[in-house]
Write a protein that binds this ligand. Structure first.
Ligand code: RIB
Length: 305
């Protein structure tokens, strides 16, 4: 049976310009190419999880505008259950302004709009879906109070939780929230933000401090270097797959979704991280956050190679 995953998070329209190099503050740059593509960390993870083989329910908000209706149609066409996606009046759909350099590196500015209306009530309304899930995927592109509420509800329902703490928060999470996170997947910037209240001399001490606060496992994503998994009794780096990156937007989302699917299917942690690394690697070989999310057979082929 397919893994059942609930994603609570953001849905955006990505306005993507390919630039020869990033503009400096105050500078204008001419772009070589421009595309409008579906994005948003929550929606990206929902689509990635469907392609990786899961049954996925998405909880989120879009504006009642052209972008919103298109994004909702696309999510449905991708096979995501959108029963708990609401079109919201009085605000615009979330938009991300993205610049991409030839190396694949990106800069992103998000105007969240309707994403900031994803509420604790939305989570409560989706409680039945959550109760039947194997895994809950969360990010930080919606109100943080909603994320904390979802973590508490998931814990009561016995659902495995994964928090992808992106974008990096301006301050650490409340103390009582940490024990509700089974798997935390920060990159280096996010790790520094999450532990800014600690005097941790390095990433390992910072991760150990989060484990001491109650997080089940910290999986630090290291880009081309793979992912470092720390639990109270493990510290292992799972190497990345070597690929040629054309667009790294959504790689963290592919990783989180891959991890969620593999864990929900019962794979052991290091095997699940390898699966997530494969999903992330494949996602950077194509353009567009959602469009480049790999299908299950592609992930399996890379794992077998
Ligand atoms: O994680 C990538 C996503 O971040 C993009 O799709 C963009 O919408 C921003 O939310």
């Amino acid at each position: 049976m397919a893994a059942r995953i609930v994603v609570i998070g953001s849905a955006n329209t990505d306005l993507v310009a390919r630039v020869p190099s990033f503009p400096a503050p105050g500078e204008s740059k001419m772009a070589d190419e421009f595309h409008i593509t579906p994005g948003g960390k929550g929606a990206n993870q929902a689509v990635a999880a469907v392609r990786a083989g899961a049954d996925v329910t998405f909880v989120g908000r879009l504006g009642d505008d052209d972008f919103g209706r298109r994004r909702l149609d696309e999510l449905r066409c991708a096979g995501v259950d959108c029963t708990y996606v609401r079109l919201t009046h009085n605000t615009h759909s979330g938009v991300a302004l993205i610049a991409i350099e030839p190396s694949g590196e990106n800069l992103i500015v998000v105007a969240p709009g309707a994403n900031m209306c994803v509420s604790e009530r939305d989570v409560t309304e989706a409680r039945n879906a959550l109760a039947g899930a194997d895994c809950l995927l969360l990010q930080l592109e919606i109100p943080h109070e909603t994320v904390y509420h979802a973590l508490r509800v998931a814990r009561k329902e016995g659902v495995t939780t994964i928090l992808n703490p992106a974008p990096a928060p301006s301050e650490p999470l409340p103390d009582d929230v940490w024990p509700h996170i089974d798997y935390l997947t920060p990159n280096q910037t996010e790790m520094a933000a999450l532990t800014s209240d600690l005097n941790a001399p390095d990433a390992e001490s910072a991760a150990r401090a989060l484990l001491a606060r109650g997080v089940g496992a910290v999986i630090m994503t290291l880009g081309a270097h793979g992912a470092r998994c720390l639990t109270p009794d493990m510290d292992e780096v799972v190497p990345a797959f070597e690929v040629e990156a054309v667009d790294t937007v959504g790689a963290g989302d592919a990783f989180a979704a891959g991890l969620g699917c593999a864990l929900a299917e019962g794979r052991p942690l290091l095997e699940a991280v390898r699966f997530a690394n494969a999903a992330a690697a494949l996602s950077v070989t194509g353009s567009g956050a959602q469009e480049s999310m790999p299908e299950r057979h592609e992930i399996e082929e890379l794992l077998a190679s």
